[in-house]
Design a protein around this ligand. Sequence first.
Ligand code: AMP
Length: 170
Amino acid sequence: MDLTRFIRDIPDFPKPGIVFKDITPLLAEPRAFHYAVERLAEHYVHHEIQVVASAEARGFLFAAPLALRLNKPLVPLRKPGKLPYKTHALRYDLEYGSAELQLHIDAIEPGARVLLLDDVLATGGTMEASCRLIAQAGGKTIGCAFLIELMFLGGREKLRPCEVFSLLQY
Ligand code: AMP
């Protein structure tokens, strides 16, 4: 199945010069959504993974069905003020300003092997921060998975030595 048929390019969103990869057509087509999750599962089913984790928000849409499919715990990485229990926190720099991600302190067992997932790999800044937060919590990121990779931005370099896997490359 050609998943690119279900990715819609939206030029100049959210700002001029950015071509936004809109995944909502894929979410709206159960056969395509199912196929995408199966392809991700196929890649990781023989990896030793203890946890599937993802930063909000669109990553959750793929992390949840993948965690169920792999029969692994799902751990959300969230923006400040969203998680109700005690948290680990990590601040990271964005192009303009900074952002923070949080994780419940009991979400990751010491040494747990974590698969991180997001919808799009752009510059890799968000995923790099997620990896650092997992490390801070005592886990080890063994893979970074994406539905879409924007190759021309070179995000995977930033994620070395972590294994990077993407279903679609642009
Ligand atoms: P990154 O630059 O890799 O840190 O990307 C930041 C976040 O923005 C990621 O979670 C992506 O889901 C999202 N994102 C970045 N660029 C795009 C794009 N062109 N289309 C859709 N989502 C994007």
